[in-house]
Write a protein that binds this ligand. Structure first.
Ligand code: PMP
Length: 423
């Protein structure tokens, strides 16, 4: 059945859109942190961050169905649910970030944020990590450095290397100085080329890059430089937001960043497509009067009640607080495993987004994409879903729904112990 479905998929969607695993999984149902495949087998979800509060959460299903049965319409009419949600969402930000524009996806959010950034600054130059992904619009394809795209890097983009304390022989101070020198040179080069600096875009967890361990003061130092050059800062919270890091509701807060824009997506609607750009009234005033921004499906009453229910569940079930505790205990267990397996590199991540680099050799010198892939496949055979990231595809990506509990962590770790023996 799965084989036939795969063939039909190729004949309709084509063979190029990515599928996980050598033999793709076909899921038919989900609940909480569990997925059921077409043969009726259950898999523990330690990968998906979109169902942040758990798959098919009954409160979300009820709220969505109820609102869909009453009214769903675009934002050119007044509706209390939309404003209630905007207030609730902005309540999770500091007072200066006090305006939100709704979108349908993370890509739309980043694209819109950069329209606003370019119009506010009158400049077009962009600093972005040299191994990152922020979305699939034509504009964002021109600044994609971490995935294959048919577009060339746009002329006004300067990729910068995000430092990683786990991947350097330099001292923290030297790494910081070298990284700042690279940022200064990139800003100067944009100036010389006549683009000027519009903005800096970063993922607050540097997940595509492989969960970098930043030298202290890196992000604040870059932000100071960007602001001094007249640029603006966009924190992409599509992966790191909504309590993912545990200790902070927004990932940029954990690294001490004060961005001008924050972009939202994935977990915002727990699977329902909503995204957003959060900014200040001042930034919106640069953009609003000159642009008739309207987005048919974005911020409808159904989206608003879904988004609001996600926020309420995160709070009522204290999921970020639990993510802090469980994430710390999982990292401790991973440290123990690291002591047993010399090919395991430093344990990375925070809250419920963690992993470790996998090496070929015991000296932990050569990152191993091959062994990492084998581990991901072995975990699948043990019915646990994870993935891999990083510039060498050698960092395990473990990022379960925040509904993950200690019994699930035990199951994850048991599967990992078995899988490590297999590779
Ligand atoms: N930013 C980041 C950090 C992402 O991980 C992604 C999606 N992987 C996006 C933006 C784009 O979001 P979407 O797929 O919802 O357009």
């Amino acid at each position: 059945m799965t084989a036939t479905l795969l063939e039909r998929r190729y004949k309709t969607l084509g063979p190029y859109s990515p599928l996980f695993y050598d033999e793709p999984l076909e899921f038919v149902a989900a609940h909480d942190v569990w997925l059921t495949d077409a043969r009726g087998e259950q898999y523990l979800d330690a990968y998906n961050n979109v169902p942040q509060v758990g798959h098919c959460h009954p409160r979300i299903i009820a709220a969505m169905a109820d609102q869909a049965g009453r009214l769903n319409i675009h934002t050119r009419y007044l509706n209390n649910h939309v404003v209630d949600y905007a207030e609730q969402l902005l309540g999770t930000f500091p007072p200066e970030l006090n305006r939100v524009l709704f979108t349908n996806s993370g890509s739309e959010a980043n694209d819109l944020a950069f329209r606003m950034v370019r119009q506010a600054t009158g400049a077009s130059g962009v600093l972005v990590s040299d191994f990152s992904y922020h979305g699939h619009t034509s504009y964002l394809a021109g600044l994609t450095t971490g995935l294959r795209t048919g577009e060339a890097l746009a002329a006004e983009v300067r990729p910068i290397r995000i430092p990683d304390m786990d991947r350097t022989t330099l001292s923290e101070a030297d790494l910081l100085a070298a990284s700042f020198a690279e940022v200064d040179a990139a800003i100067e080069s944009l100036d010389r080329a006549g683009y000027g600096l519009a903005g800096f875009l970063f993922d607050s967890l540097f997940s595509t890059e492989g969960l970098n361990t930043l030298p202290a003061g890196y992000i604040t130092g870059v932000i100071d430089r960007v602001h001094a050059a007249g640029g603006l800062v966009v924190a992409d919270e599509v992966q790191s937001g909504f309590g993912r890091t545990g200790t902070h509701f927004w990932g940029h807060q954990r690294i001490g960043a004060a961005p001008d824009f924050v972009t939202l997506g994935k977990p915002m609607g727990n699977g329902h497509p909503i995204g957003g750009v959060v900014t200040s009234s001042e930034m919106l005033d640069h953009f609003g009067p000159h642009n008739n921004y309207f987005n048919t499906f974005a911020g409808t009453p159904v989206s608003a009640v879904v988004g609001s229910t996600v926020l309420s569940i995160l709070q009522d079930e204290q999921l970020p607080q639990k993510a802090t505790i469980l994430g710390a205990s999982i990292k401790e267990s991973l440290e123990k495993l690291r002591a047993e397996y010399p090919f395991i590199g430093p344990i990375k991540g925070t809250g419920l987004f963690f992993g470790f680099e996998v090496f070929d050799d015991e000296a932990r010198q050569t990152p191993s994409a091959g062994r990492t892939k084998q581990l991901v496949e072995a975990m699948k055979r043990n019915h646990v879903l994870i993935s891999r990231i990083g510039r060498d595809d050698s960092v395990l990506k473990i990022r379960p729904p925040l509904a993950f509990r200690s019994e699930h962590a035990d199951r994850l770790l048991d599967a990992l112990k078995i899988s490590l023996k297999e590779v």
